[in-house]
Ligand binder design. Structure first.
Ligand SMILES: CC(C)(COP(=O)(O)OP(=O)(O)OC[C@H]1O[C@@H](n2cnc3c(N)ncnc32)[C@H](O)[C@@H]1OP(=O)(O)O)[C@@H](O)C(=O)NCCC(=O)NCCS
Length: 136
């Protein structure tokens, strides 16, 4: 049975997910710190196996960032990614009670933009905003 649970996964579970979608793995201690500093973590389990994940990072009142939306390949295209996004957006609506003008960012992987457009996200640059930028 598929369950959506607000919970921090273990570093091993998280690395299993990122590896399964080709993003590779990181040192467990690095992952543990990142997850500990996360505002909101949503795990998707099929029985006891983690098969999906999404998280929100940010300051809770002005800026949020959606990160690491992952469904392992065997479970993709079954609307699990959609449910993950809906759960995160419900949580974001809770933060909006503090500041209705809170801004939520995300960086879509190449080719995944259309998945996020369904939830109201817009691409930049556009008429008003410059490019999203990144520092490696
Ligand atoms: C992107 C991802 C999270 C989508 O999850 P999913 O459970 O497979 O998606 P869903 O079944 O909920 O699909 C919802 C809709 O998005 C579309 N969609 C699914 N995967 C998509 C993709 N890779 N690109 C664009 N649209 C996609 C589906 O066709 C579906 O459209 P519909 O509502 O018109 O039928 C999943 O494919 C994944 O984990 N990919 C690898 C990791 C990744 O790239 N994550 C995103 C990082 S930005």
């Amino acid at each position: 049975m598929i369950k959506y649970i607000e919970k921090t996964p273990s570093a091993e579970e998280f690395n299993y997910l990122t590896d399964s979608v080709g993003w590779g793995i990181r040192e467990n201690s690095v992952v543990e710190t990142a997850l500990k500093n996360t505002l909101y973590s949503l795990c998707v389990y099929d029985d006891n196996k983690l098969i999906g994940y999404g998280r929100i990072i940010g300051d809770k009142t002005i800026f949020l960032y959606i990160q690491d939306i992952i469904v392992i390949p065997e479970y993709q295209n079954k609307h699990i990614g959609t449910r993950i996004m809906e759960n995160l957006l419900t949580q974001i609506n809770e933060y909006k009670k503090i500041n209705p003008n809170i801004r939520t960012y995300l960086g879509a992987s190449k080719g995944k933009e259309s998945f996020y457009v369904k939830f109201g996200f817009i691409s930049r640059p556009n008429e008003d905003l410059g490019s999203g930028m990144i520092l490696y």
